[in-house]
Design a protein. Structure first.
Length: 139
């Protein structure tokens, strides 16, 4: 059971190559949905490690009326915060996500929220302040 919750074997392993139907008939890639549920389970059971690459995953989801998404980045940021995962690699991925063009405003809020929970710092949406704090921490 340990391998399941590390995130490495299941999240980056073989996932379904099909679509799943949810939310009024809207179709989602089953692999994205499975990855989202794995992150959700890791966060809720308090075990596992979120791969920082999932936090850095590009946002390419088209807007949808239901505003339901199964993208890795928001789920991974939330799960890392829930797990208290504040290692340098995870924090670097979160800091690197700040100010990225194309991210919806609510995703920026999720990233700021995760950083705030993990670091105790309160820079809100000030990406420059976060990056300055990170640079000082790296010295």
């Amino acid at each position: 059971m340990t391998g399941f919750f590390t995130g490495r074997s299941r999240i980056h392993g073989s996932l379904p190559d099909a679509d799943a139907t949810m939310f009024g008939g809207r179709r989602f890639p089953a692999a994205k949905m499975a990855r989202w549920y794995l992150l959700w389970a890791m966060a809720h059971n308090g075990h596992g490690r979120v791969l920082p690459q999932l936090i850095s995953a590009p946002w390419d989801a088209p807007s949808n009326r239901a505003e339901k998404f199964f993208e890795s980045a928001p789920a991974a940021a939330w799960a890392a915060a829930e797990l208290g995962q504040k290692d340098d690699e995870t924090l670097a991925a979160l800091i690197g996500r700040l100010g990225r063009g194309g991210d919806p405003d609510w995703l920026k809020g999720d990233i700021v929220g995760a950083l705030t929970v993990l670091t105790g710092e309160r820079f809100a949406y000030d990406a420059t302040a976060w990056k300055r704090w990170w640079a000082a921490r790296q010295r």
